[in-house]
Design a protein around this ligand. Structure first.
Ligand SMILES: [Zn+2]
Length: 547
């Protein structure tokens, strides 16, 4: 996701809470049949959910926002397994009303609560069951039904972080990944795009059309999506056999086809460096997402004016990187969201470095570093932020993005390019289709680099702040030496290398203690002493000549 356009009040996400206990079940497959119309915003859904149970149960819960004011509204507690107290979501008669739950055409009792549906079906550990949930209502969120800037009606899914259960009964957290089919019935003038491949398009009576998209890779709900609008479609090319498509509003066709075509340069870079693309096509879609870009798997959504924006290459590089990091290899929970956003940030920097040169990388790292320091003044928390339990939008911050990216940059410098990329490839290969904690990344990078990274991860990922370094230097004319004294002024002591250039000659000093000294032979009194000239350390520096 790209947060640049995100900063408006987001009242809907008041208080979401993930439980950190062993899940009761694992969803294997969703088949969402969704009926849309032009007369009103009510959607009719039929969700067939195939579940593998991980313990014996008498009942279980799927997340789904209930229609406010409905007869079945008990007005009671929200008590979903995955989310709760999303108070403001059920408003204005919006939300979903479940009419039936069945298994093999037999009715199954259920109770609908504010944020969940409790299905009263017993199941044994390791057994697999399929339940069909019939429901309807106006989505309070998650599926944005509106008009685009040309006044045409559009429907765009926008599920991040856990807004999917506003319109889809599901296990709405990133740790439960599943295959998904979307079977959309809509007026026949619309185009429909989704995850995976289109496997059926059938004309129905009364000017309706059925469109079926199928994704066989395992996805978290946050990147499951449908987009329904009048689209102009382009196919600017393929990368490694993966077709790249552009979906834009017909009025923006000329600019959009041109602007979005850069995706065909970005996709091969990641395939070459990280590993195979996890999906069967990549569509880049002009949309009504609330984000600047949203990395829906195989169908990335971009903000409405993205067809003409100049920053599209950077935005696309970010969202396309997410296809590997976030979508295919997902964080286990949102506390580790930097495994999505930090990766997308640094992969973008790497792509741009490769295309435009090392100075571009340096310039971006300097900007990112400033952003991190600015953020730290407002919120002094580590990257893995366990304090955020109720509003995941808060995690779209400089810690997850820029500091996460910086951690990967410093890891690259610590391990060297070859070991770094080996580690990145191994991480993707291991977690493609699954979920990782930060500890999983650490282990793989340790193996790739042959280095213990405990302290590295501890200081950069689990500790807030950064080194604040005072560097004073003294020239001793009789010895022909410069003596450096580096002081760590912050409380927590880091173990880091710092590069210091003395009249263009580069030296590396390893810091660990409060004060570190080092001597270097010089030809004459230095005229130029610089800290971190190559932008490799996330720190603040004050260089002075001592006496
Ligand atoms: Zn992102």
């Amino acid at each position: 996701m790209y947060k640049a356009f995100l900063f408006f009040a987001f009242g809907l996400m008041s208080c979401l809470l993930a439980k950190a206990q062993t899940p009761t079940f694992d969803v294997q497959h969703y088949r969402f049949a969704i009926q849309l119309n032009d007369a009103n915003d009510t959607i009719k859904g039929q969700a067939k959910v195939r579940i593998k149970f991980l313990k014996d149960v008498n009942s279980f819960q799927l997340d789904l926002v209930k229609q406010k004011g409905s007869k079945a509204d008990s007005g009671g507690n929200a008590s979903s397994e995955h989310v709760r107290n999303n108070k403001k979501t059920n408003n204005n008669g919006k939300g979903m009303l479940v009419s039936s739950v069945t298994e093999d055409d037999k009715a199954v009792p259920f109770i609908q609560e504010a944020e969940a549906i409790t299905i009263k079906a017993g199941a044994a550990n390791n057994s697999i069951h399929s339940y069909t949930i019939a429901y309807s209502g106006i989505p309070a969120d998650g599926l944005i039904i509106s008009t685009n800037k040309f006044g045409h009606r559009t429907f765009f899914g926008d599920n991040w972080p856990n807004r999917a259960h506003n319109w889809l009964p599901c296990a709405d957290y990133p740790g439960d990944k599943a295959q998904v089919d979307f079977v959309v019935t809509a007026p026949d003038h619309y185009g429909v795009v989704s995850n995976g491949l289109k496997v059926e398009e059938t004309v129905l009576p009364n000017h309706f059309k059925l469109t079926h998209w199928k994704e066989t890779a395992l996805l978290p709900t946050k990147v499951m999506v449908i987009g329904i609008a009048d689209f102009a479609i382009d196919h600017p090319g393929d990368a490694d056999g993966i077709p790249v498509y552009t979906y834009v509003f017909p009025e923006n066709k000329d600019a959009g086809f041109k602007n979005y075509a850069v995706a065909t340069e970005i996709l091969p870079y990641y395939i070459k460096h990280v590993g195979p693309f996890a999906y069967k096509k990549l569509a880049n879609v002009q949309s009504k997402t609330i984000f600047g870009g949203m990395e829906n798997a195989g169908a990335i959504f971009y903000f409405e004016n993205s067809t003409t924006t100049k920053g599209i290459e950077e935005l696309m590089a970010h969202e396309i990187a997410h296809q590997w990091f976030g979508d295919a290899a997902s964080e286990k929970n949102f506390g580790h969201v930097w495994l999505s956003e930090g990766f997308a940030t640094y992969m973008t920097n790497l792509y741009l470095e490769n295309k435009y040169g090392a100075d571009t990388l340096k310039k971006r790292l300097v900007e990112d570093r400033e952003t991190v320091f600015g953020f730290e003044k407002r919120r002094h928390t580590p990257i893995v932020d366990t304090a955020v339990k109720d509003n995941y939008m808060q995690l779209l911050n400089a810690n997850s993005y820029q500091k996460g990216g910086w951690v990967l940059h410093m890891l690259r410098r610590k391990l060297g390019d070859q070991a770094f990329w080996n580690g990145i490839r191994n991480y993707y290969a291991k977690y493609n289709g699954g979920n990782a904690y930060t500890s999983g990344l650490q282990k793989i990078m340790e193996q790739a680099g042959g280095k213990d990274l405990k302290q590295f991860f501890q200081q950069w990922v689990y500790t807030p702040g950064h080194p604040d370094l005072g560097i004073s230097w003294k020239y001793d004319a009789t010895k022909g030496m410069v003596e450096l004294m580096v002081t760590q002024k912050q409380d927590y002591l880091y173990e880091v290398p710092i590069e210091i250039s003395i009249d263009k000659q580069l030296h590396t000093v390893s810091l660990k203690d409060r004060i570190t000294t080092a001597q270097f032979k010089v030809a004459a009194k230095p005229t130029d002493v610089n800290a971190d000239p190559n932008v490799n350390l996330l720190a603040t520096f004050a260089v002075s000549e001592g006496n």
